[in-house]
Write a protein that binds this ligand. Structure first.
Ligand code: BTN
Length: 256
């Protein structure tokens, strides 16, 4: 079913996120387009595509999503961003997706560091944050979001088994309502993060079932083992290995 922009717009309750909304039938990647195009410059621009021919996932993986059934979109943030704040944007975004699914479908959503959204240990949404810098300062952030909404099945091999809201909720989900809810929460979370980042951290923590567990972290070069102690006030993972704690900036986490 085609995305109904009017229906989405009626439920959008934001100051800036999604106020400039671009709807495309097919693009290579919404992240790539928003990151590189000079035409889309307004802070808060949202670019949604029904189909991506080269959808990107984290760690150079591809993001495959069947056309017209899910949500694949990117949000443009412009300004000057302190690099240590970027992780907070990751956490605030995964939290916004969780809150939207909980509010609309009353499902239990789990968050996996740094930014996977899961239901019953299966992946329902992924986030890919990309940025550009000028004079050593991040000046543009693109938050790419893929949510599996109404796709009925997922052929192929995956690190984390995928699912969709439809499969878990046993009913078709209104994509327009879901998108507006995600964007409303996103703007609200960014606003809260300015003065009360601890509130975002706590809301995120309460949905993360891995804290306190033995985990295995795979980053580009090494595999590390330890206990996922907590996230710190910048959203990085604290990994406890014996008497030592190490701050983890990046990596895939699995429960051992
Ligand atoms: C992940 O690996 O979990 C991140 C997936 C991010 C996919 C989204 S879909 C919209 C945006 N455009 C892209 O090319 N990727 C992101």
């Amino acid at each position: 079913m085609l995305f109904n922009i009017e229906e989405f717009d009626i439920k959008l309750d934001t100051e800036f996120i999604g106020r400039n909304f671009i709807y495309c039938d097919e693009v290579e990647s919404t992240n790539e387009l928003l990151l590189n195009s000079k035409d889309f410059n307004q802070n808060g621009t949202v670019l949604l595509a029904e189909h991506q021919s080269k959808g990107k996932g984290r760690k150079d993986k591809v993001w495959i999503s069947s056309s017209g059934q899910n949500l694949t979109f990117s949000v443009l943030l412009k300004g000057e961003f302190k690099s240590r704040k970027i992780n907070l944007i990751n956490l605030g975004t995964s939290l916004a997706i969780a809150q939207a699914i909980e509010n609309l479908c009353q499902l239990n959503v789990e968050l996996k560091w740094p930014n996977d959204v899961l239901i019953d240990k299966k992946k329902i949404a992924g986030i890919l944050l990309e940025s550009t810098s000028k004079n050593n300062k991040v000046n543009k952030i693109v938050i790419g979001i893929g949510i599996n909404v109404n796709q009925p099945n997922f052929p192929g091999k995956f690190d984390i088994p995928p699912t969709s809201i439809r499969k878990e909720f046993h009913s078709l989900v209104n994509r327009e309502r879901l998108l507006s809810e995600v964007l409303n929460n996103l703007e609200q979370n960014f606003e809260t993060a300015k003065e009360q980042s601890d509130k975002i951290m706590n809301d995120w923590r309460s949905r993360c079932k891995m804290i306190g567990e033995k985990v295995k972290i795979i980053d580009d070069e090494r595999t590390k083992f330890g206990i996922f102690e907590d996230i710190d006030d910048e959203g990085f993972m604290i990994l406890r290995q014996g008497d030592f704690s190490e701050k983890i900036h990046y990596g895939d986490v699995n429960v051992r």
